[in-house]
Design a protein around this ligand. Structure first.
Ligand code: C2E
Ligand code: CA
Ligand code: CA
Length: 514
């Protein structure tokens, strides 16, 4: 009776395909039943019991064979297939967002281009200032933003569009089966406009903006790689131009090529001594005397002439060349300053800009120390300018700043007011000075908000016992306003543009003593 009940239980979940071990258990149960029946004492119904026993034994052999087959062949195969399916999923999807990845995009786009005669749009979407968000709010905030955007895009995708994560802060969308180019542009812009820009991260709402580049098959290119590369080029041009959408056009390819050339030129420029420094005086608003100067790099390009930093610093940062270039600037600025001191001029501090990439070097303080020692410059005559984005990781930033401060140098926060830094951290940072970004100073007489920002920054700096320098002082009205705010120092065209070392010496240093 019990055995029959057990068999019934074993059969209850038939539809779920039990594991092989159940088949073996069944075999044993049937075998036990058969055995009981075959060995039961002959008597009334003995023949029937014998026949049933034989029947149970046969069934048990069947299950033994089936169990052995499933244990040795079927289940290992199924495990392998499962693992393969998992591997395939991983290979074709992005870990963080779960969206199909670039590999899958390439394959699907390849099929589309091969089998469809219709227009196909390829859009690449990039999050503006993602690096700043990542730097100042942390990587986990960045991850949340990417995941949220990924799910928003795929919700907007529908069946007509396919959404992919291309890597870092880039997503891609394929718009298949379109009648013409205009339709591709229309769909792409429509999608961009319908992404909700408000994102909630750790209970705070942030507004993000996106840039999109579009390439259209067959007009712009005919291979998968071309289509993706051109859409990518278009999005980077959109960012450079400060617009949110751009369709690829052939001139972009040339511009990208010239960027590559510029990067190659820059690699050689250090050895060929094509860089030089200009210095911009920093003036005490109280006394009108020069109290410091900022070193600003320039590039004398052999073919393109004099290049301002805006034309090559971003590229140097992108390529990592900023590290050797920045070190050259630091050393050269220190050398100039030391020479002026040796020549008998009144000692002043030289400020040197430090890019984020340099700031993140773990042995930065040792490098700075080595340069100061080699040049023989007293550390109190060097100031390093860092930007607010250093607070991306407050622990590391604090550690780095303390190590630099221990050398005896000064530290200022450049372009203050434009970043995401938290005022809360400000009081704990070992810094000496805030440099108010020139965008606020520029509008101080016309825009009440900018005047309030300048006034707030100076008041706060006084409370925190920090010095304040206003950048971009261009006229007397701004100067008067800044004096009223008790801003300590000013830098700008009103006092002087950045000038070559010789001019700084003859026009400013030589007049200091008097
Ligand atoms: P920054 O550090 O904010 O430097 C001040 C910039 O403002 C300089 O531009 C200067 O010429 C300009 N400026 C000064 N006074 C005025 C003014 O009254 N009105 C206006 N409109 N502009 C004024 P520059 O030399 O073109 O440098 C631009 C940026 O390039 C710098 O901004 C800095 O971020 C970067 N840079 C320059 N040299 C270096 C360097 O050696 N290393 C690094 N990492 N960055 C550098
Ligand atoms: Ca600066
Ligand atoms: Ca600045």
């Amino acid at each position: 009776m019990y055995i029959i009940a057990a068999i019934a239980v074993l059969y209850r979940h038939r539809s779920e395909r039990p594991p092989a071990i159940m088949t073996v258990t069944r075999a044993l149960l049937f075998m036990a039943m058969g055995h009981v029946l075959l060995t039961s004492p002959p008597g009334q119904g003995g023949d029937l019991a014998q026949a049933a026993g034989q029947w149970f034994m046969s069934i048990s052999y069947y299950f033994v064979l089936k169990g052995v087959y499933r244990l040795t062949i079927e289940e290992p195969m199924r495990g392998k297939q499962l693992a393969e399916a998992q591997m395939k999923h991983m290979a074709y999807h992005d870990d963080l967002t779960g969206l199909p990845n670039l590999r899958q995009m390439k394959e699907q786009l390849g099929e589309l281009l091969a089998f469809s005669q219709a227009c196909t749009g390829v859009a690449v979407i990039n999050i503006d200032r993602f690096k700043a968000i990542n730097d100042s709010l942390g990587y986990s905030a960045g991850d949340k933003l990417l995941t949220e955007l990924g799910s928003r895009l795929s919700a907007l995708g529908g069946t007509q569009r396919r959404v992919y994560r291309m890597g870092e802060d880039e997503f891609a969308v394929i718009f298949p089966e379109l009648p013409d180019d205009a339709a591709a542009e229309e769909r792409a812009k429509e999608l961009l406009a319908s992404v909700d820009p408000a994102v909630l991260i750790d209970d705070t709402e942030y507004h993000i903006s996106l840039s999109m580049g579009l390439s259209v098959f067959p007009d712009d290119g005919d291979s998968v790689n071309q289509m993706i590369q051109y859409a990518d080029m278009a999005v980077h041009h959109a960012k450079e131009q400060g617009v949110d959408f751009m369709r690829y056009h052939a001139a972009m390819k040339q511009r990208t090529q010239s960027k590559v050339e510029l990067e190659n030129d820059m690699r050689k420029a250090l050895e060929r001594e094509e860089f030089f420094l200009e210095f911009q005086p920093q003036i005490s608003l109280n006394t009108g005397k020069m109290v410091g100067m900022e070193a600003l790099v320039r590039w004398n390009h052999p073919k393109r002439g004099l290049l301002p930093p805006s034309e090559f610093i971003p590229l140097a940062e992108e390529s990592g060349l900023i590290v050797p270039l920045g070190e050259w600037v630091l050393k050269t600025a220190c050398l100039h300053n030391k020479k002026w001191q040796l020549d008998g001029f009144e000692p002043v501090c030289v400020s040197v800009n430090l890019s984020m990439r340099q700031f993140r070097q773990y042995n930065l303080a040792e490098h700075v120390d080595a340069i100061l020692r080699e040049v023989g410059l007293d550390p109190r005559y060097l100031e390093l300018e860092v930007t607010e984005s250093m607070t991306y990781d407050i622990e590391t930033a604090l550690d780095q700043l303390h190590r630099l401060k221990r050398l005896g140098i000064h530290i200022s926060i450049d372009d203050f007011g434009t970043g995401y830094s938290s005022l809360y951290y400000l009081k704990s940072l070992p810094i000496d000075r805030l440099k108010i970004d020139r965008a606020f100073v520029k509008e101080v007489m016309y825009d009440g908000n900018d005047a309030a920002i300048v006034s707030t920054i100076t008041t706060m700096a006084h409370h925190l016992k920090l010095k304040v320098t206003a950048e971009g002082v261009e006229n007397e009205e701004q100067l008067e306003f800044l004096k009223l705010q008790r801003c300590h120092e000013g830098q700008g065209y009103l006092f002087s543009k950045p000038v070559p070392a010789g001019v700084l010496e003859s026009e400013f240093l030589s007049r200091l003593a008097g």
